[in-house]
Design a protein around this ligand. Structure first.
Ligand code: NDP
Ligand code: HSE
Length: 453
């Protein structure tokens, strides 16, 4: 039986996610109320334009452009406007007005998270954000609560649906980047300006959030090493296939020891990488997301599902709303952010990974040995090497300054997979092979994560 007074819910934003949250809250209000032990009353929805067309029909009298007044009458404020300002200002107002806050705003949390968590802690409010990484996938709560008794060592995820859709199309359909992006835009996965997706900014924000939780350390988005996936070519994807790999844009957060200083710290990075087709992340197709967590006691865990989409993301938002509302009814301090470990944040230089390099070289006696020698000089050990020879126009070789161009018009493609090497050692090796006489060009350099296929 529900005895508690109705809880007053304010919604900021009625776009893709907000309109679905409003619909589900109005349609399933009784069921949610039974779970909470109190009625949930949607008291208003703040938007920019009350007359704009909406995905779902929100009663006209609930729409307002006066977010500040709405916030100050609410027990729980759900922020789904996106962006930094005025979302930050509104969340602070909600916290200081005694409300708990639910948000899916990864951009804001990745840049102003500590400020918001501190403000909430000072007044005993709670900030819930399950939708901010992985959309509908429960990953925030598992990292914050379920794994609070374990020691997480690594979080490796596909956390951007648009880029996974593009890379998957390139892999499965043999599509080009441009065509796959056009389809992603048509299907509504990619933003009108897809820069945040394809250049890895969106994934870096999510990596900052996941790393902060996993390692009990505030990791700002500026500390995340970021490389986009616009330079991944159809040829690289095909070469990866042949070698038993698939190219994915990965967000990797790990605890490791800096080889230079011996200091244990945290590294977060986003970049395209090869993973074995047998790795669980290789089976993540279309615009789906997945996060692979490695913990000391729990071992390997995989969280999979819809990383975006209005109604899917609304599921995570409503889960947070139920938690926030239950806390209002039952009282108690809530979970709180834990940054007690405060580990040093290390740069990409502390990371060692395997690499796959594709080189176009002059097909001459001794070239292989010379190239192998360059790797060895820089302390980079070769794990595997594949060579294919193809005819090339003499002009290509001449342009590259390769010897014997007129009499031996052949080039070879060398695909070299290294053992683990540091970023610095690999960069020095690439620089040296690039300027080697027999090298026509360095076609591609990609990191390799996980086991050999
Ligand atoms: P939309 O752009 O679709 O909607 C934004 C909404 O906020 C609109 O209703 C807009 O009003 C309103 N709004 C924007 N600025 C203001 C303002 N200054 N004052 C009042 N209202 C304002 O965003 P989404 O629904 O896609 O995303 C919302 C949040 O959820 C973002 O933080 C996003 O990162 C996050 N998220 C989104 C996912 C998705 O799949 N879309 C997945 C996971 C997280 P109006 O309609 O009048 O223009
Ligand atoms: N643009 C994002 C994606 C939306 O493609 O994953 C969800 O954060």
């Amino acid at each position: 039986m529900i005895e508690y007074r109705n809880l007053r819910i304010a919604l900021l934003g009625a776009g893709s996610v907000g309109s679905q949250v409003a619909r589900l809250l109005l349609e399933h209000g009784d069921e949610l109320a039974a779970r909470v032990g109190a009625g949930l009353e949607l008291i208003g929805v703040a938007v920019r334009d009350v007359d704009a067309p909406r995905d779902t029909s929100i009663p006209r009298h609930l729409l307002t452009t006066d977010a500040a007044t709405l916030i100050q009458s609410a027990d729980v404020v759900i922020e789904l406007m996106g962006g930094i300002e005025p979302a930050r200002e509104y969340i602070l107002l909600a916290i200081n007005s005694g409300a708990d806050v639910v948000t899916g705003n990864k951009a804001l949390l990745a840049t102003h998270g500590p400020e918001l968590f501190d403000a909430a802690e000072q007044v005993g409010a709670q900030l819930y954000y399950e939708a901010a990484a992985g959309g509908a996938i429960p990953i925030i709560r598992p990292l914050r609560d379920s794994l609070a008794g374990d020691r997480v060592n690594r979080v490796m995820g596909i956390v951007n649906g648009t880029t996974n859709f593009i890379l998957d199309r390139m892999d499965v359909e043999g599509d080009t980047f441009e065509n796959a992006l056009a389809i992603a835009t048509e299907l509504g996965y990619a933003e009108a300006d897809p820069t945040a997706d394809v250049e890895g900014y969106d994934a870096a924000q999510k990596a900052a959030i996941l790393a902060s939780l996993a390692f009990h350390t505030a990791v700002p988005v500026e500390a995340v090493h970021r490389e986009g996936m616009t330079s991944v070519t159809a040829a690289q994807v095909v070469a990866a296939q042949k070698a038993g790999y698939v190219v994915k844009l990965l967000a990797i957060c790990e605890r490791l020891t800096d080889p230079e200083t011996g200091v244990e710290g945290v590294v977060a990075r986003v970049h395209p990488a090869l993973i074995s087709r047998r790795h669980p992340l290789a089976a993540v197709h279309d615009a789906k997301n997945a996060v692979f967590v490695q913990a000391e006691a729990a071992g390997d865990l995989m969280f999979y599902g819809a990383g975006a989409g209005g109604v899917e993301t609304a599921s995570a938002v409503l889960g947070d709303l139920v938690s926030a509302a239950r806390r209002h009814v039952a009282g108690g301090p809530g979970v709180g952010e834990s940054t007690h470990a405060n580990l040093p944040i290390l740069g990409i230089g502390a990371v060692s990974t395997r690499y796959q390099l594709t080189l176009i070289v002059a097909d001459q006696p001794g070239v292989l040995a010379q190239i192998a020698g360059v790797f060895s000089e820089h302390g980079v050990s070769v794990e595997a090497l594949q060579q294919t020879v193809q005819p090339a126009a003499p002009s290509v070789l001449a342009a590259a300054g390769a010897p014997g161009q007129a009499s031996e018009p052949l080039t070879a493609t060398l695909v070299i997979v290294t053992h683990e090497a540091s970023d610095a050692a690999l960069s020095a090796t690439v620089a040296a092979v690039s300027s080697h006489d027999a090298v026509v060009r360095v076609e591609s350099v990609l990191r390799v994560e996980g086991d050999t296929p």
